[in-house]
Ligand binder design. Structure first.
Ligand code: TPP
Length: 628
């Protein structure tokens, strides 16, 4: 690589470039991005689509004084490269490397952290309000995709912002894609805006006014007023954003640097909320991603020439196991309905969608709505299965309590990406769901040890359960160990994998494999074989078994893929404490802090939750009592 990108060492270097150099810079940026992301993996297509947009923004606005809030933040790679992180870019998403999302601790150019969708307008409005209260004059921008614009929080923010006559610029990056195709009425509305020639006319108007008002830079506000009013007369009725009190500019070609620069120059230092509707192509400049933006939204390492993924496992993922079983359940039971919040492919729901299109609903990025919508259906005897990533379900906490559990409605939550997810880091680790679900009255929480058990639990959840039920399973290839252990699922009953006494190891879900290996190491050391239990039900716990264990064992270890506080282990502790047992319970779980990025295996090892870690901690605790 070379040339222009070498000149970008720190925030603001781009502003020293000549405007004529920027096209070439964009080319270099795309190539740099590809060369790195093909090794690190990451959100390729979204970033390829915002190269010109980011270059134009950072050419015109003054970072870090001006604040750009990236929605979700998965599309902020170009921003990172332009703000002093080019040389560290090969560590993107790696253990102790650069985050794949904006992170103020990483750079002062990152105005606000993100990872979850639809927060940018709220955060930007808050930053703008603080600026006004502090008497500052900087610009504040939110960059939000059309997918993220489907999240309810974005409308709460628009509703609030439209009333504030303050400098707030929202860039709506419309590529017609969420991860999969964007859905819903808003997406239709954007489509109709996209295909109109509003901006062409606006642009003409800009030209006209520029000729009429020579000091355009200083008189931006005035000019915009006029442009808007004259354009509105002709074209802007109906743009929903106008109704929210925003001035709407668009649609703008998001790959036309000159146009973008002109518009940003014009809206800079505005004194009222403006929304610029920018049309981009997801995956722009890399054919495999342009043709197939869905799979290139988030990729693992891949071969640039072919676009094919490297080192993918042939074994089915947990999501695939879920998806396949759902088709079977859907065939047998016409009351079963599938729901996703914009994660159809991610959750393995594609086959179900194809088989039962009328019984599959993508509610868009709307976990709260998805949950209450499911509750509504359940209240009428439908059995909704809402497949949702653990970290995104966090957003629907009140809906789970108030709309589902309080009414004891039969909604099935298939919680994918539960536990450590890896490279996406803090924002995406699914390590809270046991803590935020298991204490809700009426809620049953299950955790399968392997693929077979996920299927069995799904069948149980759909056909046997009558109230709310959540099944949590991790990211990655589904475990197939323990094929001989296939006891039928029974309410609040654990499965004893290995009988024993002295020590009991109680395990949540897929952690069983590492726990079993650790127990084997301990046994090799001469320790009397411990009891090993697959808990299955994290809520309610198998209390009978817990009592029996207390009569045989003096040391209990719990193992889980969740934070310790409020998790499975702390429930076991609580049970023994409440019941007045004097017994040693050691919780092996993630510590009570936000867990950083890294591969899943690196993080399990770092936090003592792999085979060696579990063995070491059991050994430390059992010490001389159980040594050879
Ligand atoms: C609350 C929440 N739900 C789901 C996701 C998963 N997710 C990440 S990006 C994305 C699509 C975003 O689409 P858009 O905003 O249009 O950005 P694009 O990648 O198309 O540029 C989704 C659903 C998330 N990050 N946060």
């Amino acid at each position: 690589m070379g040339g222009l990108l070498d000149k970008i060492q720190t925030t603001g270097d781009i502003k020293k470039m000549k405007k004529e150099e920027l096209e070439l810079l964009c080319k270099e940026l795309r190539w740099f991005l590809l060369q790195n992301v093909c090794n690190t993996g990451g959100h390729l297509a979204s970033n390829l689509g915002v190269v010109e947009l980011t270059v134009a923004l950072e050419y015109i606005f003054n970072l870090p004084e001006d604040k750009i809030v990236w929605d979700v933040g998965h599309q902020a790679y170009i921003h990172k490269i332009l703000t002093g992180r080019k040389d560290a870019f090969s560590t993107l998403r790696q253990l102790d490397g650069l985050s794949g999302f904006p992170k103020p601790q990483e750079s002062e150019a990152d105005a606000f952290a993100a990872g979850h969708s639809s927060t940018s307008i709220s955060a930007a409005l808050g930053i703008a309000k603080a600026r006004d209260l502090q008497g500052k004059k900087n610009n504040v921008l939110a960059v939000i995709g059309d997918g993220s614009m489907t999240g309810g929080l974005a409308y709460e923010a628009l509703n609030n912002a439209g009333r504030e006559k303050t400098n707030l610029i929202v860039i709506l990056n419309d590529n017609q894609m969420s991860i999969d195709h964007n859905v819903g009425a808003l997406s239709k509305h954007l489509n109709s805006l996209r295909t109109s020639n509003r901006y062409r006319t606006l642009k003409d108007n800009f030209k006209q006014f520029r000729d009429q008002v020579p000091l355009l830079g200083k008189a931006t506000y005035l000019v915009l007023e006029k442009v808007r009013d004259s354009a509105k007369l002709l074209f802007l009725e109906g743009a929903v954003f106008e109704e929210f009190g925003f001035k709407y500019i668009g649609p703008v070609d998001g790959h036309n640097l000159e146009e973008l620069i002109e518009i940003f120059q014009n809206v800079k230092d505005t004194r009222e909320p403006i929304l610029i509707h920018v049309k981009t192509t997801k995956g722009k400049g890399y054919l495999p991603a342009e043709k197939n933006p869905g799979p290139f939204h988030g990729v693992g390492p891949f071969d640039i020439k072919t676009g094919k993924g490297l080192g993918k496992s042939d074994s089915p993922s947990w999501s695939a196991v879920f998806g396949k079983k759902m088709v079977e359940l859907g065939e047998k039971n016409p009351n079963v309905v599938g729901i996703t919040a914009a994660m159809c492919s991610g959750t393995g729901f594609e086959a179900f969608q194809a088989a039962f299109p009328e019984r599959f609903i993508d509610v868009a990025i709307a976990e709260q709505h998805g949950t209450t919508f499911a509750a509504g259906m359940a209240s009428q005897g439908i059995v909704p299965v809402f497949a949702v990533y653990s970290s995104f379900l966090q957003r629907a906490y009140d809906q789970v309590i108030h709309d589902v559990c309080m009414e004891n409605l039969h909604v099935v939550f298939a919680i994918d990406r539960a536990g450590i997810v890896g490279a996406d880091g803090e924002t995406h680790q699914g390590v809270f769901d046991l803590s935020f679900l298991t204490h809700i009255p009426n809620m049953t929480v299950l955790s399968p040890k392997n693929a077979w058990e996920l299927e069995a639990m799904l069948e149980y959840a759909v056909n046997v359960c009558e109230g709310p039920v959540a099944i949590r399973y991790p990211r990655g290839t589904a475990d197939t160990d323990f094929p001989e252990h296939k006891q039928p699922i029974q309410f609040a009953k654990a499965e004893v994998i290995q009988k024993g006494k002295g020590i009991a190891v109680l395990v949540e879900g897929h952690m069983l494999q590492a726990a079993k290996q650790a127990v084997a190491l301990l046994t090799e050391d001469g320790v009397e074989p411990p009891m090993l239990v697959n808990m299955r039900f994290i809520s309610p716990l198998d209390e009978e078994l817990l009592k029996e264990i207390a009569s045989k064992c003096s040391q209990i270890f719990t193992v889980e893929d969740n934070l310790r506080k409020g998790g499975f282990g702390s429930k076991v502790l609580e049970f023994y404490s409440d019941a007045g047992y004097q017994i040693s319970v050691t919780n092996l779980a993630f510590p009570d802090r936000f867990i950083e990025q890294g591969s899943q295996s690196q993080l399990f090892a770092r936090y003592g939750l792999d085979r060696e870690g579990i063995y070491r901690r059991m050994k430390e605790k059992t010490g001389d009592n159980y040594g050879r």
